[in-house]
Design a protein. Structure first.
Length: 137
């Protein structure tokens, strides 16, 4: 719900890591999406609308990957990851486990730290900056 509220500029109802008036929740989710796509080596080739491309002087610089461009299962996974990574953990009622290796043998707790260690080495510093940001609205 907060992601939807962020899209239209409404006040968020929860505290999210790194969110400020200058940096909205949608921008941070876009960054997380790109980090994950780089890590899993899955870069889709979306086709932006031609009219939008013609309106932008440098459309490649304005383009952002979002979960909406991805298959539903991948998009849902990214939104779940984002909600855990960006949320204030004192409000989580139960621990969330994940299987970053895809082996489905042993799961580990999903924490901001385990998420960063899973990221591709080229984007770990970027991910670490994100999880070290304070909680704010």
């Amino acid at each position: 719900m907060d992601l939807s509220r962020s899209l239209v500029g409404q006040t968020l109802r929860a505290q999210w890591r790194g969110v400020s008036r200058e940096r909205c929740l949608t921008t941070i989710v876009e960054e997380l999406t790109l980090m994950i796509l780089i890590t899993i080596n899955h870069l889709p080739k979306p086709q932006p609308p031609l009219c939008w491309m013609l309106e932008q002087p440098d459309w490649k610089a304005s383009f952002r990957y979002t979960p909406a461009m991805l298959p539903v299962s991948l998009a849902a996974g990214i939104i779940v990851l984002a909600s855990v990574i960006l949320s204030d953990h004192q409000f989580l009622e139960e621990r969330i486990f994940w299987d970053p290796s895809g082996c489905q043998i042993a799961c580990e707790p999903l924490t901001p730290e385990s998420y960063v260690m899973w990221l591709h080495p080229k984007v770990r510093t970027w991910g670490r900056r994100l999880i070290s940001a304070p909680f704010s609205l």
